[in-house]
Design a protein around this ligand. Structure first.
Ligand SMILES: [Zn+2]
Length: 461
């Protein structure tokens, strides 16, 4: 099955518009690594795809970490003596440092200053700050807002709670023909930030909705969790399930105008790394492949040495490399419908390679089989070999049971989908046999050994 063709048939024309409207719906929610904002976000995703939510209590040990207290916030402000709110959480949830402990006090500006954060070089933007693992409080405001503050006393209020509760994450599992899994993971813990957070969430959700009704080779697991602690918690609770992960993608920062970047897994040459590399090589716009590094998003956890999963990270602009990163300028204008839609297409293309990457054996390996006799060759015998005939010849030549279609794509420079179509045609014309899928083979091996052990058991009685 060609996933891109399916995508074009199944999705509405205005896929970009739908992605952007979905981001706009999620944008106002004050998310953090725990709390009601995360639960509301997961509930909104649940309106589109089947999603199981899992609550893990505060204090639960997850490897070297423990699940933090749950944070919720109702209101926050800095009020001048005349009663006017000079900084107001109701206007932007970025105004409060995430995980700020509750405060209600009157203090002089000189005292307040150490709790104020601005970006002097972008004087209209509000920064995004967090203090998850150190109890503290703070306000983020534009530099111009701070410059306008007059000396004197201010009423400072953060109406938050930081108490025992839960960390919540969501999982959407789509069973395929094999129990081997593709993991798609995105962090869902940032408040009103569009590219860093919502672009990944929305594309992952609509990707899951698209895949849900298809007959797929792999099973798919979509994970919506708070960054770092969410992935760590999921890994700690799913050590067995992790063994089934054959390929994985972390999706983030895929709504801006930048070219695509793919950060390779720690393995560096995993099938998903090669699939992404192939897709981006044939993508119309400039793109870049990045080597693995142990800093970034949740690929850090999946690629920690104990797991070493084949999980890469797909981005447009790389986090931290664009000035809007972690500021109020990473807003709904910064992500655009066409860019979100193109990102969904790139993800689909990568999955199409993984779904269709197989090995075949040429059943007529002694010299070229006569394609013309089978109506598989250029009928007039013209001088130029058409692209599709070229693809057929490459598939026939390298299908020795050893080379996969992705191997052939890399060696020939022909795009995967052309080779996959060619293989399909040759297979249906009796020129190729398919080498059994490793995943299916594993299932068969397990069944065989189970049957064997059952036979032994019954023999011993
Ligand atoms: Zn971030």
């Amino acid at each position: 099955m060609n996933l891109l063709k399916e995508l074009d048939q199944k999705t509405r024309e205005d896929l970009g518009g739908e992605l952007h409207r979905f981001a706009a719906e999620l944008y106002p929610i004050c998310r953090s690594i725990t709390g009601n904002g995360m639960r509301r976000t997961l509930a909104t995703i649940q309106e589109r795809i089947p999603l199981e939510t899992i609550d893990v209590p505060t204090g639960a040990t997850v490897f070297d970490w423990s699940v933090p207290k749950e944070w919720n916030i109702r209101d926050a402000y800095i009020k001048a003596r005349n009663g006017r709110r000079v900084v107001d959480f109701q206007k932007s949830n970025l105004h409060v440092m995430s995980y700020s402990i509750p405060v209600h006090a009157t203090m002089r500006l000189s005292e307040l200053r150490s709790h104020l954060f601005t970006i002097p070089e972008h004087s209209d933007w509000i920064p995004y700050r967090t203090s998850y693992y150190k109890e503290d409080w703070g306000f983020c405001l534009s530099h111009n807002q701070m410059l306008a503050l007059e000396d004197g006393e201010y009423e400072v209020c953060i109406d938050s709670t930081l108490e025992d509760g839960h960390l919540t994450y969501g999982e959407c599992y789509l069973p395929g023909r094999s129990t081997d899994e593709v993991l798609i993971s995105c962090h869902a813990c940032h408040p009103s930030l569009a590219n860093d957070n919502l672009s990944g969430l929305t594309v992952a959700t609509l990707l899951a909705r698209f895949l849900r009704d298809l007959d797929l080779r792999y099973s798919y697991r979509f994970l919506f969790a708070p960054g770092t602690i969410g992935a760590i918690t999921w890994l700690a609770r799913n050590r067995k399930a992790v063994e089934r992960v054959r390929h994985g993608l972390v999706l983030t920062c895929i709504g801006d105008a930048g070219g695509f970047h793919y950060k390779k897994s720690r393995q560096g040459n995993a099938e998903v790394d090669r699939a992404a590399g192939h897709v981006l090589t044939h993508w119309a716009e400039p793109s870049e492949m990045l080597e693995f590094s142990p800093y970034g998003y949740d690929e850090r956890q999946y690629c920690s040495p104990g797991f070493n999963l084949p999980v890469g990270c797909l981005m447009r602009s790389v986090w931290g490399s664009f000035p809007e990163y972690h500021t109020s300028a990473d807003n709904l204008e910064f992500i655009q419908p066409a860019q979100l839609a193109a990102s969904l297409r790139v993800c689909t293309s990568i999955l199409d390679v993984l779904e269709n990457n197989r090995r075949y054996r040429n059943l007529s390996p002694y010299c070229e089989p006569q394609l013309g006799r089978r109506n598989l060759y250029h009928s007039t015998g013209g001088k130029t070999i058409e692209a599709d005939i070229n693809a057929r010849l490459w598939v026939l030549n390298l299908s020795d049971g050893e080379h996969s279609l992705l191997d052939i794509a890399e060696r020939s420079g022909i795009c995967f989908s052309s080779l996959s179509e060619a293989a399909d045609l040759l297979f249906h014309n009796g020129l190729l046999s398919a080498v059994p899928d490793c995943a299916q083979q594993r299932v068969a091996d397990v069944d065989a050994s189970r049957a064997e052990s059952l036979a032994c058991t019954s023999a011993s009685h």
